[in-house]
Design a protein around this ligand. Sequence first.
Ligand SMILES: NC(=O)c1ccc[n+]([C@@H]2O[C@H](COP(=O)([O-])OP(=O)(O)OC[C@H]3O[C@@H](n4cnc5c(N)ncnc54)[C@H](OP(=O)(O)O)[C@@H]3O)[C@@H](O)[C@H]2O)c1
Length: 238
Amino acid sequence: MNISLDGKVVAIAGATGGLGPTVAQVFARAGAALSLVDRDAAKLDALVASLGAPPERHHRATVDLLDPEQTRAWAGQIQQRYGRVDVVLHLVGGYRGGQKIAEFPGEDWALLKQLLIETTWNVMRAFVEPLKASRGRFILVSSPQSQKPAHVNAAYAACKAASETLTLALADEFKGSGATANIILVNAILTPQMRAEKPDADYSKFTSAEDIAGAMLYLCSDAAANMNGQRLSLFGAR
Ligand SMILES: NC(=O)c1ccc[n+]([C@@H]2O[C@H](COP(=O)([O-])OP(=O)(O)OC[C@H]3O[C@@H](n4cnc5c(N)ncnc54)[C@H](OP(=O)(O)O)[C@@H]3O)[C@@H](O)[C@H]2O)c1
């Protein structure tokens, strides 16, 4: 499917992480203007340089998405520059786990709640009205652990489940507006960097960053206009 996002404005939260650069490239190639946010200015500069897009087609900002004021200010900057926001891709992540429940460190529980729940809450509150106005799209990437948790992933799974619940509630608020909010589920993400660093590793249970970006493009297309509050699973074939 050839999907054009010419004239659309796409905000990417957590743009320089594992998944972000591939998604930014795919959306830039589809013709969208991008607003890229992360914490590290140097990584954002490198990402923008790698896109090779004309300056009017990208905006970057270092924003702490744990700070509601900074997050709202980011949404305001995009409105000021482009007058609209059509897509918000929430890519902030982080993982801690591998211990039994009683052994899981308190500071990791606090960290996961911040990374996975609070950033989602702040981003969706900042963008809910602009997305309603543009009949836009909100997309979260989550894990099947949220519905079928292993005990060693209790904290991660609970925080991912909470971020999914927020996304489903957003989808409920979007009903009738033409905007949608959906969730993409993957076990693990295979990035170009991982492929380059360990080409012989077994990635059979992973989902490639390119496939995730393709599913996101689909969710942004007219063909997905009626898809709201759904989970799209990109795993299970192997
Ligand atoms: N990776 C996987 O295998 C996997 C599996 C299932 C679901 N997911 C989900 O898929 C999405 C993308 O995953 P990913 O691996 O690309 O995520 P990631 O690399 O862990 O995080 C993406 C980016 O978010 C940034 N970030 C963290 N806290 C922030 C804050 N307060 N303000 C601004 N930026 C912040 C990170 O910066 P720092 O580097 O400075 O922390 C990082 O650059 C996430 O939602 C993740 O939960 C991932």
